[in-house]
Design a binder for this molecule. Structure first.
Ligand code: FAD
Length: 352
């Protein structure tokens, strides 16, 4: 049986960065990725998301970031990742969807159906895209119209002349309202909390302060908040037409969903054809359940990228590192964490 030093699970920005740094350190590993092709979550983003719309894709280690301003993000970024995997000869195996990681003595066994890999450590880099979050509201199942999550956003044409409720206070809601409002019959934007609009420039300090807030949450073992939720929202040029139509007049959450629409707190019914849930994603970590990493607060407590509950496990692209720049850095930190664990276990084995 081959025993690897590490198995990286996921080949998005975080997994590729981790693999690059593991390779540089001469640490034997494979990268198991559930998708058929390179690109991580980016290959699944909606067609109308262009490189002009994204907040910026950080360059993977030792490369320049993709600069194609006009292209579709779901084409440009996967092309960039695929080129990177080839150029650095990263050991990516796909498609492999890991369904379980178990601890067997000092080793970790990573399973996907009837295949398995045995390793001293794992770096989990599975992102959030496969876990769209759809909150429950009374009556949700009675709605005669269409429920859609941003995960399956079909582009603005789908909403032409329809009445659309957009749920959620994040960047996706703002961006999709910008596309939908000019073609829809009407839109209603509802959020749980008053949205926080950013008026200052998004300086590196503002970014660092936002990341620090999420870092503090995972240090305490709380479920991570999205970094975007703490950076604030901003309207860009491409959202001005929707703004003029009043699409960004925010309303409080409805109290119930009914067959023909949503019941508002003032008792009125807002008739709707579609409810678009821009309610985000959750970390895709069900396969780690056998390791019992969760704290009593429901999140995984991290020291840097190391799981405090089991220091053989690194988590990247999780919580504060859930952005392309964060994922990049986390890959480097995780490779250092893996090297530290291997060195420590080697020295305790030789002194035993
Ligand atoms: C609409 C949208 C726009 C965004 N725009 C930006 C932006 O402009 N700038 C920015 O910095 N961030 C942005 N983000 C956040 C950013 O995309 C992510 O933080 C980052 O790209 C995630 O990288 P990742 O490697 O953690 O995950 P992913 O890119 O999701 O990669 C995870 C990989 O893991 C694989 N995987 C999942 N589960 C398993 C499993 N069980 N077994 C094996 N493989 C598995 C998947 O197949 C996938 O390839 C955006 C997010 C969204 C939703």
């Amino acid at each position: 049986m081959e025993i690897l030093d590490a198995v990286v699970i996921g080949a998005g920005q975080a997994g590729l960065s981790a693999s690059y740094h593991l390779k540089r350190r001469g640490i034997s590993h494979v990268v198991l990725d559930a998708d058929d092709a390179p690109g991580g979550a980016w290959q699944h983003r909606w067609d109308s998301l262009t490189m002009r719309d994204v907040h910026g894709i950080a360059a993977l280690p030792d490369s320049a970031s993709p600069a194609d301003e006009a292209g579709r993000a779901n084409v440009v970024v996967p092309g960039y990742f695929g080129g990177y995997e080839r150029e650095h000869d990263l050991p990516v195996v796909r498609p492999v969807r890991v369904d379980r990681v178990t601890s067997e003595g000092d080793l970790l066994v990573v399973r996907a159906g009837d295949r398995s890999w045995t390793a001293r450590t794992i770096v989990n880099a599975t992102g959030t895209w496969s876990q769209p979050h759809l909150p429950y509201y009374p009556g949700i199942e009675t709605f005669r119209g269409e429920h859609l999550h941003t995960h399956r956003y079909p582009g603005p044409g789908h909403f032409r002349a329809r009445r659309v409720v957009v749920v959620g206070g994040g960047a996706s809601a703002v961006q999709l309202l910008g596309e939908i409002a000019p073609v829809a019959a009407d839109t209603l934007w509802v959020t749980r909390r008053e949205p926080v609009w950013r008026t200052d420039d998004f300086t590196p300090e503002v970014g660092r302060a936002a990341v620090a807030l999420v870092e503090e949450r995972v240090r305490r073992g709380l479920p991570p908040a999205s970094v975007v939720s703490v950076t604030g929202l901003v309207l860009r040029e491409q959202e001005r037409a929707a703004e003029r139509l009043g699409a960004y007049a925010r309303h409080p959450m409805f109290t119930a969903i009914e067959p023909d629409g949503v019941r508002m707190p003032d008792g009125s019914l807002w008739e709707a054809d579609v409810i678009l849930w821009a309610t985000g994603f959750r970390p895709a970590i069900a396969h780690l359940a056998p390791l019992h990493l969760r704290s009593e607060h429901g999140g995984i407590r991290l020291d840097g990228t190391t799981a405090v509950q089991d220091r053989r496990v690194q988590l990247v692209g999780y919580g504060p590192s859930a952005s392309t720049i964060g994922a990049n850095r986390a890959g480097r930190v995780a490779a250092r964490g893996v090297a530290a664990w291997l060195a420590q276990s080697e020295s305790s084995a030789s002194s035993a």
